[in-house]
Structures are given as C-alpha cells and as structure tokens.
Design a binder for this molecule. Sequence first.
Ligand SMILES: *[C@@H]1O[C@H](CO)[C@@H](O)[C@H](O)[C@H]1NC(C)=O
Ligand SMILES: *[C@@H]1O[C@H](CO)[C@@H](O)[C@H](O)[C@H]1NC(C)=O
Ligand SMILES: *[C@@H]1O[C@H](CO)[C@@H](O)[C@H](O)[C@H]1NC(C)=O
Ligand SMILES: *[C@@H]1O[C@H](CO)[C@@H](O)[C@H](O)[C@H]1NC(C)=O
Ligand SMILES: *[C@@H]1O[C@H](CO)[C@@H](O)[C@H](O)[C@H]1NC(C)=O
Ligand SMILES: *[C@@H]1O[C@H](CO)[C@@H](O)[C@H](O)[C@H]1NC(C)=O
Ligand SMILES: *[C@@H]1O[C@H](CO)[C@@H](O)[C@H](O)[C@H]1NC(C)=O
Ligand SMILES: *[C@@H]1O[C@H](CO)[C@@H](O)[C@H](O)[C@H]1NC(C)=O
Ligand SMILES: *[C@@H]1O[C@H](CO)[C@@H](O)[C@H](O)[C@H]1NC(C)=O
Ligand SMILES: *[C@@H]1O[C@H](CO)[C@@H](O)[C@H](O)[C@H]1NC(C)=O
Ligand SMILES: *[C@@H]1O[C@H](CO)[C@@H](O)[C@H](O)[C@H]1NC(C)=O
Ligand SMILES: CC(=O)N[C@H]1CO[C@H](CO)[C@@H](O)[C@@H]1O
Length: 609
Amino acid sequence: MLSLLFLGYPLFSPLLVRGQLAAAEAYTPTRVACPPDTSLVRLAGTGTSQSLNPSESAYVSSRQTLVLPSAWQSYLTTVQQQIEARNVSALPSYVSDILSGANGSSAYPTFGIATSGGGYRAAIVGAGALNALDGRNASAIEAGTGGLLQAATYITGLSGGNWLVTSLAQADFPTLSELVFQPNDVSGWGGWNAQYSLASPTSNTVQGLAYDLGLITEIQGKLLAGYPVSIVDLWARILARHFTNGTSANNYFDSSLPHGAGITFSSLTNLSTFVSYSQPFPIVVADSRSWSANFSNLYPDSDDNVPLTNPVYEFSVYEMGSFDPSLAAFTPMQYLGTEPGSDTCTVGFDQLSFIAATSSNIFSSFNYTSFLNGTNLLTPLLELFTQLSNDTESLDWLVTSRVPNPFYGLNEGTYLDSNATELALVDGGDDGEGIPFTPLLAKARGVDVIWATDGSGNITNWANGYVVSAAQARTELLSAYDFPPVPTDTATWLDEGLTTHPTFFGCNSSSPVPLLIYLANGAPPLGQAPLTNITTVQEAFEADDIEAAMSQMFDLTTQGMATEADGVWAKDPEWPACLACAVVDRSRAKAGVERSGVCETCMQKYCWS
Ligand SMILES: *[C@@H]1O[C@H](CO)[C@@H](O)[C@H](O)[C@H]1NC(C)=O
Ligand SMILES: *[C@@H]1O[C@H](CO)[C@@H](O)[C@H](O)[C@H]1NC(C)=O
Ligand SMILES: *[C@@H]1O[C@H](CO)[C@@H](O)[C@H](O)[C@H]1NC(C)=O
Ligand SMILES: *[C@@H]1O[C@H](CO)[C@@H](O)[C@H](O)[C@H]1NC(C)=O
Ligand SMILES: *[C@@H]1O[C@H](CO)[C@@H](O)[C@H](O)[C@H]1NC(C)=O
Ligand SMILES: *[C@@H]1O[C@H](CO)[C@@H](O)[C@H](O)[C@H]1NC(C)=O
Ligand SMILES: *[C@@H]1O[C@H](CO)[C@@H](O)[C@H](O)[C@H]1NC(C)=O
Ligand SMILES: *[C@@H]1O[C@H](CO)[C@@H](O)[C@H](O)[C@H]1NC(C)=O
Ligand SMILES: *[C@@H]1O[C@H](CO)[C@@H](O)[C@H](O)[C@H]1NC(C)=O
Ligand SMILES: *[C@@H]1O[C@H](CO)[C@@H](O)[C@H](O)[C@H]1NC(C)=O
Ligand SMILES: *[C@@H]1O[C@H](CO)[C@@H](O)[C@H](O)[C@H]1NC(C)=O
Ligand SMILES: CC(=O)N[C@H]1CO[C@H](CO)[C@@H](O)[C@@H]1O
C-alpha cells in the first residue's frame, strides 16, 4: 500500500535533504579527524590477564569508595529494621560485619543486576522488580528489600530489558515510577509513552503516513553520509520516542523536535548521576548474526538461528566489544561507526536509540521475503525503505543492525566476524541466552552475586528457566566464563517450582563462580489473578495496566516463598534476611567464615541443589 503511494516520491531529492528535520541532522554521524594517540582497538586479554577499560575501572572504583559504603549501610539498616519489626531471627554477625564496612572495603560484595528480554512485558516486570529494590521507595524499605538497587555495581539489559536499562540511565536515574509514568516533561524525560503503540501509534491515516515518512526522513542523513542503514534505524527512531528524552504524550507527533536524536551512549557520562557515580554502571548486549557461524552450536529448540558460540557484543558508555575469548577486544564507544581502515574517526554513530534498537532487534527472525509478504510489524515501513535503498544485493542485511566492524582483520580463524567489514547485529537474546549474564561473568569485573529478573515468556508468557539453561550451555561451550549449575531442561525448572519463587543457584560453588539470585516472572504472587504474563507482542498499554503489573512484580519480588493457609496468603517474613544472606555469601566464604544462624536455614530453603 504505502510503497505504491510513495513510488516516485522524491525522497532523496536535495530539496528534502536541505529541509532535514532536527532529528535527521542530530541522528547523522559525522567524520572527524582522529584525536592523536587514539587507539580504536583495545585488546582486553583473556583469563587472569583480562583487563577492564581504565575509565570503567575508575568509575567502579570511585563508586565503591564514595557511594557503596553508605548504600550497603542503608540496605543493612533496612534489613535489620524489618527483622526487628517482624520478630524473626537476627542475622549472624558476619552479615553486618560485611555490609557495615567493619571488615574493610574489600569485604563488600560486587553485585550486578540483569534484566531479561521479552518486549514491553520484560521492561515492565523488570521495572517492577527494580522498584522493589529501590531504596528511594518507602514501600520497598518496608518490605526489607529496598536499597539493593543503590548497592549494585553493574546493571545489564537486553532487548525489552535494555529499554529499561538505557531509559533509566539516560533519564539520570529517576525512581521507577518517574521513569515509567513521568507526565509531560516537555524539555527532558517524558516517560515511556506506552500508550502509543510501537508499530502504529495512531489510527489517523494521514497522521500515520506523515509519521512513517518522518521516520524515514530521520535516517536519511545517515544513509546519505555513507553509513549503512537498515530497518533497525527506523526501529531506533520509534524506540527513541519511548525510551529517550525529548518526547511526551503532548508532542509525540511533533515533527519539528529531535525526539532523542543526538543523545549518544557515550554522552551519558555527562549526566549528574554519572558524574557522582550514583548509577550502577549500565551495559547492554547484542548478538552477532555472523554469516559464517557454526550452526551445530545452536541451542536446542532456539528459533532465532543464532548459535551460542557467536560473539556476544556488549555496549557501555565507554566501549563496545566482547570479552568472549575469540575476540577479547573493544573499541571506544564514542568512535563506533568508524570504517575499517579509514583515516578519519566517526562520532555520533552511537545514538542511544540505535543501541537500544540493536539490542532489541527482533526483525532478524523474519527473513526479508517473508517480511514483505503480509503484514508484520513495520512491514509498511520496510516497503518504503526498500524503495529508498534499492539494495537488492544484500536484502538480508536490512533486517540486521549494521555497524562498520571495528575489529576487521582481528584474530583471523578464531573471531567469527574477522573478515566482515560490517557487523550484522541482532537481538541480544537471539542465541537463547535471554538474560544478559555475559558482561557480569567477565573475570575482570569480579562480580560475586547476580540478581536476575526473568521476564521472558516461553509458556503462556511466563518464564520457564529456558534462558538460564541456555546461558549455562553457552558458558560450557566457551569455557571462559564461570556459571553456577542450573537445571538443563525446562521440565526440572517447572517441576521443582523454581520459577514460582526466588531461587538461589551456586550455593555450593565458590568464587569466581557467582551466586545467582533468580526471580522469574513465573506465576502471579500471593494467589492473585495474573496480570504480568503480558504477551510479548503487546505494543501499547494503559498506565493503569502497567501500574497493576508493576504492583504484582513488587509483591513477587518481596514475597519470597509465600505460604497459604485457609485461602489466606502470606509473604515469607524471613525473606529480607534470606536475601541479605545470599548477597553476602561469597564475601562470607572469602573471609573463611561458616554460614550460621538464620543464614543457614535461609540458604537451605532458597538454594537449588
Ligand atoms: C518474638 O518471638 C519470640 C519467640 O519467637 C517471643 O518469645 C516473643 O514474645 C516475640 N515478641 C513479640 C514482640 O512478638
Ligand atoms: C533527560 O531529562 C532529565 C530531566 O527530565 C535530565 O535530568 C537528564 O539529564 C536528561 N538526559 C539527557 C541525556 O539529556
Ligand atoms: C560533556 O559536556 C561537555 C560540556 O558541555 C562537552 O564539551 C562534552 O563533549 C560532553 N561530553 C560528552 C562525552 O558528551
Ligand atoms: C562446530 O561446533 C561443533 C560443536 O561444538 C564442533 O564439533 C565443530 O568442530 C565445529 N566446527 C567448526 C568448523 O569449527
Ligand atoms: C505469503 O503469504 C501468503 C498468505 O499468508 C502465504 O500463503 C504464502 O505462502 C506466503 N509466501 C511466501 C513466499 O512466504
Ligand atoms: C524466506 O522466507 C520465505 C517465506 O517463508 C521462504 O520461501 C524463503 O526460502 C526464505 N528465504 C531464506 C533465504 O531463508
Ligand atoms: C534502483 O534500481 C533500479 C534498477 O536497477 C535503478 O534504475 C534505480 O536507479 C535504482 N534507484 C536508486 C535510488 O538507487
Ligand atoms: C569469511 O570467512 C568464512 C569462513 O571463515 C567464509 O565462509 C566467508 O566466505 C568469508 N567471507 C568473506 C567476505 O571473505
Ligand atoms: C496468563 O496466565 C494464565 C494462567 O497461566 C493463562 O490462563 C492466561 O492465558 C495467560 N495470559 C496470557 C496473555 O498469556
Ligand atoms: C513504591 O512502590 C509501590 C509499589 O509498587 C508503588 O505503589 C509506589 O508508587 C512507589 N512509590 C514511589 C514514590 O515510587
Ligand atoms: C571480620 O573481622 C573480624 C576481626 O578481624 C574477623 O574475626 C572476622 O572473621 C571477619 N569477618 C568477615 C566476614 O570478614
Ligand atoms: C524460544 C523458546 O524459549 N523456546 C523454548 C520454550 O520451552 C520449550 C520447552 O518447554 C522449548 O522446547 C522451546 O524451545
């Protein structure tokens, strides 16, 4: 339909280019002289000689010195107050020794939070869980779980979870209700705007056409500047209206505004909460859809055709690359988009909306032909796009995120993308590992304990552990990462009820294997009617429905192993204590102290053996 309407429309005429929208201009990368002494590849090493980006090390170490001591103390106070209020057994003294700082700064755990993919559902349940861990929320304090978010060193996201992580970071780390619902902040953060459907935000045909055409116009500058574009760039411009600053309910269709174009991932270092080290360090991931992959390494039943051995790339404010041993290299985020062999450097390619779209590139599972046949999400846009790019040689590329390969020529023979001048990137969960564990398993980060929220939706939109089993399978194949033992089949996850209450994994392992605190969106809390198993493809939401789902997630996060008697449900009063026991457990073991008191019973109760 659309393509017929616009066939012959002079989309690429110089006229239109001159009249480029603010967004198009801000979205277009530019080539600049490379600053002297800039290396575009950092070799990160492997095993014990692995190194972090010096800027990341500096951020983390400042956060550890200036922010985390009081964050851990506040969390400890919260837990202790709840233990008293509930009249349950006191914590063994080693918990307070560790979290109060009495045993020195090296005793603090290094804590990371991971949020899975699963579309808007994953973003919503992830936000609900973070809200229950947020020390700024009085209900979370009363539940005895508030403050853990503030004590995290890292936060990772992929796909829908990456929408949560990137929007939270760029909005300057607001509370979760401000993040999701912020009404009409015209100049800055305007909330998720979830009432506007991702694919078709308006039922007004004229407005819809203008909107679609606007999206195309917004990515033209990038194409004309000689950079590869794809459907992922259109997706980026849509997501920008939901997950970056500059759009509110009132101006969603205002084509004179940049709608978040120009906000780059690398520029987030200027935010006040970043300058004060108040944010957990954000990282998102995407997979390589290498054309020369070893397809015998597909995770069983994974339907996205990305083998587990393909590189998983991570993106942070400082760099993009992978600790996977086949690559073990990074490029500065600021200069992402620089063509291999070029004597100029590209800036402005690392648009946050483009990274968010890359990590949530669900289009890869459509092949181009099937995409054009029928009505899929964005099909009309793709039709329009085809008219523009006319790139019949590489149609398959149009469903991947296209990034000039900073690592071209590196590690030939082991690094899968070595001979590709352009990376083809797809959704971070396409290999089956639907929770972004990989960055948290990098040896150089030394993460002791991981909180994972699983909002994937394998069974009637509930999580079934599949994505965690896949993560274990990947670490076995790559043998560069340590992962706690978890069930290998979904039957075990479900039969043992591991998805209906929080479960600890790796209780009998020791460092460097991290302890995993796993919370699945696997069943409604407290016997309530389910609201959180939202279908993955739902594209628009009423604020009330999001609020209700987040409220259920709050209960799910704070209930522990709930109990039922005569139809009355109760949260586990010991859950705050048990969670604290898990958080300090690696630090405890490193100090050579035995588990004792309530921690012993807690670990028996919540650990999977
Ligand atoms: C707390 O529990 C103990 C025993 O478990 C009991 O003796 C005591 O009376 C309880 N205190 C309150 C205030 O409920
Ligand atoms: C987004 O807007 C908020 C205020 O609503 C502001 O604090 C923050 O700095 C802005 N972030 C960016 C990247 O402009
Ligand atoms: C941070 O802000 C300063 C001053 O506005 C600017 O010069 C600099 O380029 C910004 N840094 C980044 C990484 O955007
Ligand atoms: C592909 O992976 C399989 C299973 O790990 C392995 O046996 C095989 O050698 C690999 N093939 C190539 C060409 O690397
Ligand atoms: C296109 O869609 C029609 C109707 O859904 C289907 O019958 C046909 O097989 C599809 N063709 C291709 C090439 O996918
Ligand atoms: C793409 O999908 C169509 C329709 O499903 C199918 O006929 C075709 O073989 C597929 N092409 C490739 C390269 O997989
Ligand atoms: C598209 O391809 C056709 C046929 O090869 C060619 O005539 C036309 O100039 C191309 N258009 C663009 C915009 O490249
Ligand atoms: C890249 O290498 C793979 C195998 O290592 C090969 O199949 C492929 O054709 C190569 N691609 C190019 C563009 O050279
Ligand atoms: C949600 O879960 C319930 C109970 O398992 C099921 O009956 C319902 O169909 C699910 N809803 C969706 C949208 O999948
Ligand atoms: C705290 O969390 C509760 C439970 O989800 C929510 O109802 C409330 O709005 C939150 N408060 C703030 C200030 O965000
Ligand atoms: C804390 O320090 C005390 C005194 O040095 C020591 O006895 C104890 O084992 C330490 N505990 C932990 C958990 O490090
Ligand atoms: C995409 C996905 O997760 N699929 C899996 C869902 O779980 C079943 C087993 O219960 C697997 O067979 C699917 O591959």
